[in-house]
Design a protein around this ligand. Structure first.
Ligand SMILES: Cc1ncc(COP(=O)(O)O)c(C=O)c1O
Length: 388
């Protein structure tokens, strides 16, 4: 049998159902009850008890002092970058292998994404390669990191934990200190992923989570900024609520800011989803085991699994075509989608997109290779029958 047909058949064997999306939300806990409560009480908009509860529950879950929930991950990352001091004209180091929002959030600050290569070990940015590149490209003077070529400040780096697999954060923290660069984690995909016992998103000044419909936990659309810093948390709330000064009736605002609040309706979904996060994670881990067994005797592919010392949430299960089989990727995508088993290639490298083609970028051979080899396969927790 052709490789593409074999892969389609093996995926169908694991999912056990004739049609499946890449990642469907599982909404059969308290979601309906909590959303109904919002409707019955009239608390459907941008303040309410579910917003407060979701912020507390989330902070507890990830081990941060504060969580500020927002309208989506992209707006959360924009504000997180602002909180870390990124201003117009700065450069921000971003993995070229990421969803477009990582770079868009930088652009929304008026800053310039500067693209970085990926690591085979983590699928996230390669800290050693970045170190070698910065040694040639950057200089630090008076506590400011400057790109020698452009003369612009390199203000921050945005590690993104691809499909829930953590970047080597201890090494990145050391590098960022040496180069006087702030870390703002794009933890959109990594709720429930850890390095040792530390949750992703806890390594920089602040981080962003996403609760888009396809994520481990969804609020329909939504995101959060997490931080341990009291002043940053207050500022995050202020900037995302139109910089409104507290007052019983007056509309007074002290700077140009955003309406990036998460409505209570969405936070109600989030509270119900968070109650089930551990069950989702267990199911996704079991799904990874099943895929690993299903593909164990196929030498042309491998399943990407968690690195020692980390715990991945297995947000999107990731099949890698081995070198020599890269040309079969589109046939695999066609065969699996035709068979009702939704699969997707990874994103196009960001520095190849028209709006980012002029940006600074280090050589990115690993990201280019991974982009040809990655295929995401059905990953929803409900694919493990009886687990939820
Ligand atoms: C890596 C990454 N960054 C940012 C985002 C943006 O999040 P949102 O869709 O909530 O704006 C997403 C997901 O959508 C993502 O996967």
């Amino acid at each position: 049998m052709q490789l593409a047909a074999t892969i389609a058949e093996r995926i169908r064997g694991v999912t056990g159902i004739p049609r499946t999306a890449l990642h469907e939300p599982a909404l059969n806990g308290n979601e309906l009850a909590y959303v109904t409560e919002c409707i019955q009480t009239g608390w459907v908009s941008s303040v309410g008890s579910f917003v407060d509860r979701f912020e507390r529950d989330l902070a507890d879950y990830v081990g941060a002092r504060y969580a500020v929930v927002v309208s989506n991950g992209t707006s959360g990352l924009q504000v997180a970058l602002m909180l870390a001091g990124v201003t117009a004209g700065d450069e921000v180091l971003v993995p070229t292998l990421s969803f477009v929002a990582t770079a868009n959030a930088v652009s929304h600050c008026g800053a310039h994404p500067h693209f970085v290569d990926s690591s085979y070990a983590t699928l996230g940015l390669d800290v050693d390669a970045l170190d070698a590149y910065l040694r040639e490209t950057a200089r630090v003077s008076d506590g400011v990191c400057v790109n020698r070529r452009t003369g612009r400040r390199i203000a921050a780096v945005v590690p993104m934990h691809t499909f829930g697999h953590p970047v080597d954060m201890p090494a990145l923290v050391e590098l960022a200190q040496r180069y006087a660069i702030e870390i703002v984690e794009d933890a959109a995909e990594s709720l429930g992923s850890y390095i040792a016992d530390r949750h992703t998103g806890g390594f920089g000044r602040c981080a962003m989570l996403s609760f888009n419909g396809n994520k481990v936990v969804t609020t329909g659309g939504g995101g959060a900024i997490i931080t341990d810093d009291t002043e940053l948390a207050k500022r995050a709330k202020h900037l995302t609520t139109t910089a409104k000064l507290p007052h019983a009736w007056e509309y007074s605002h002290d700077e140009v800011a955003f309406n990036y609040r998460m409505p209570n309706l969405n936070a109600a979904l989030g509270c119900a989803q968070l109650e089930r996060l551990d069950a989702f994670l267990a199911a996704k881990r079991e799904l990874a085991n099943r895929y690993q067994q299903a593909f164990a005797d196929l030498p042309q592919v491998e399943l990407f699994t968690e690195r020692a010392g980390t715990r991945a949430n297995y947000w999107l299960q990731t099949l890698l075509l081995k070198p020599g089989h890269v040309d079969e990727r589109d046939a695999v995508l066609r065969a699996t989608n035709d068979a009702g088993q939704m699969t997707r290639p990874v994103w196009k490298l960001l520095h190849t997109l028209p709006m980012y083609a002029h940006c600074e970028a280090m050589p990115t051979p690993v990201a280019a290779d991974l982009a040809r080899r990655i295929i995401n396969i059905p990953s929803g927790p409900q694919l493990v029958a009886g687990a939820l």
